[in-house]
Design a protein around this ligand. Sequence first.
Ligand SMILES: C[S@@+](CC[C@H](N)C(=O)[O-])C[C@H]1O[C@@H](n2cnc3c(N)ncnc32)[C@H](O)[C@@H]1O
Length: 312
Amino acid sequence: MKWSEISIHTTNEAVEPISNILHEAGASGVVIEDPFELEKEREDQFGEIYQLNPDDYPEEGVIVKAYLPVNSFLGETVEEIKLAITNLVLFNIDIGLNHVTISEVNEEEWATAWKKYYNPVKISEKFTIVPTWEEYQPVNSDELIIELDPGMAFGTGTHPTTVMCIQALERTVKKGDQVIDVGTGSGVLSIAAAMLGAEKVTALDLDEVAVNSARLNIKLNKVHDIASVAQNNLLNGIDQQVDVVVANILAEVILLFTEDAAAAVKPGGYFITSGIIGQKKQMVKDALESAGFAIEETMLMEDWVAIIAKKK
Ligand SMILES: C[S@@+](CC[C@H](N)C(=O)[O-])C[C@H]1O[C@@H](n2cnc3c(N)ncnc32)[C@H](O)[C@@H]1O
């Protein structure tokens, strides 16, 4: 598959809304080149390793980059992104130079473009995500380490939507549980569920690239006896009943299968949903409640919401 790199030279203030616009437009792997990163004092209590190259950063302003699949919608998507960014001015957001460039990258370049921005990160009480090419010494003996090579699939493991899912899994998965991960991407949530003691994990994704990436990461983390991966559209054709279903997908997609999720979760079990932007929270909550779930917890990180719902 060919990928297009969209690069936006903007201001610090606009980074967050532009990242959201890019995510909403279906971009993968938003990276931020902020010269401040070069000067920032690093916490090393978690043993993170930082090797930043000044050549990768602009002299002033911030560059936000993301990757879009090259398909027949690319032209429209780019135009929509540009318009949405320009519209930020209406909200009094300074978009700075707003210099937008597009370039094509091949699969290999895309995969390696990630690597320089990707370091070990402690993302929850128990879990640290470590890229496969980094050396990492655990700080605590009970620390759980997920080794990840995101390749082409979504999931460096450190996106707020993923972090909230992992924190929600920590609160809900019990030893011996059965779990389904809808939209597994790099497989990170399935690996976390297996490490938390689940007995059987089913990882599903529509995208073949994600299926392969999840298989690789599941094997790398030695949880392949517990977690298996299949190419599948949401929960279509899945008739097993499990203790936890987790899905980090956009709100619009969650709404398509709340009924199927209600059928797949045992009474007293959980449906964890994430990937929901703030203004769509109520819509998802309403759908979950009418499908037979009670909202147990609403989590918030940056502009993103995750919901832990319990099957009545
Ligand atoms: C935001 S990513 C989440 C990846 C990973 N679970 C995480 O938390 O980092 C969403 C994933 O859902 C997958 N997806 C989108 N629509 C889907 C569908 N209809 N059925 C299955 N997977 C889907 C995408 O391919 C992508 O890998």
